[in-house]
Design a protein around this ligand. Sequence first.
Ligand SMILES: NC(=O)c1ccc[n+]([C@@H]2O[C@H](COP(=O)([O-])OP(=O)(O)OC[C@H]3O[C@@H](n4cnc5c(N)ncnc54)[C@H](OP(=O)(O)O)[C@@H]3O)[C@@H](O)[C@H]2O)c1
Length: 344
Amino acid sequence: MQRDKRTRDYTSMTGATYAAIADQFSRKRTVEPLPDSVRIDGKVCLVTGSNSGLGKAVAIDLARRGGRVLMACRSGHPEAGEEVRRMSGSNRVEMLKVDLADLESVHRLCDTLKQQGRPLDIVVLNAGLITVNARMSAQGYEMMFAVHFLANRALIDRLLSDGLIRASARPGERSRIVIVSSEAHRSGRPVDFATFGAFSDFGLADSLKYYADSKLSLCTWAQELSRRLNPDGEVRVSVNSLCPGAVATGIVREAPPLLKLLFYPVYKLMFQTPEKAARPVIYLCCSEEMDSRSGVYLHEFHEKPPAPLARDEAAGARLWEESEALLEKHASGGQGWAGDGHLG
Ligand SMILES: NC(=O)c1ccc[n+]([C@@H]2O[C@H](COP(=O)([O-])OP(=O)(O)OC[C@H]3O[C@@H](n4cnc5c(N)ncnc54)[C@H](OP(=O)(O)O)[C@@H]3O)[C@@H](O)[C@H]2O)c1
């Protein structure tokens, strides 16, 4: 299957910035932001990468609505947790350590969650990064592929096999998985399964291509996970993904100083604040409507299909099998989830 040629180009900094600004003017809302009155009292929420940017804004909002928020972060301990407590006015905020670039660290996080034994009502897979050149994760994978895709797959597999994600046909009793992707996935190249997982070198000129590839894998997995968890179409676990739109955060912190000098004023002027960009994430996490839906993709508040490549069922199944084979090499703790629709 070919890439969708009608989409914007997210593979260069100029193209991605133009696309982000153009999107601001062309998007239409199909759903509305949730009012503050919508509560999630007592719900347990795990948010990765919540020590800064979008993730922190999501953590604050969930805590304000009464959620018990577990911030799974690599850095920012304990200051980010204290800030989220202060900003939300809630004490039900904890920080947990995880480096998603290290599958062993992902398993250690899962061990801790398993010991605590609290099922998770809402899991927000938010952590992300753009590296300016090729870097290896602890297990030797390209960093963005490792953090955006492999770590999330390993984390959700473990949460499923440890029984910490609740599947239920009854409304309000099932877990929700919310996956923060990016419109850049539309510029992702089809996965080359002949070299799947192999590390390849790249420099600044190609870094956004690899970012797009990793987000395409993430979106493809999101669709496949939704199909596998809800095989007969009846929603038992809600799995939805989104692009939050352009957000003024530290995501391009690795860019060379000259590029930052050129682009930062545009970001400051044109891009959303993390608080505003968090609203569609909160909609997927907390709205009553999304409890009974799965496989949805939002671009901010606009529901639309993800790229054709991400919806390709054969590619989704192959990605599932190939990534399972990779992860088997690094298995630790619980058994991987069989992915056959039968939850523990
Ligand atoms: N900003 C945008 O315009 C935009 C647009 C579309 C999609 N997104 C997506 O939104 C999500 C959040 O990004 P952001 O814009 O809020 O950027 P950000 O402020 O840089 O936040 C990224 C978060 O991910 C964490 N992270 C990165 N690598 C990690 C690792 N190995 N282990 C654990 N945590 C790690 C960071 O932790 P550290 O602080 O420790 O590095 C940070 O908390 C990402 O998935 C991004 O792709 C952003």
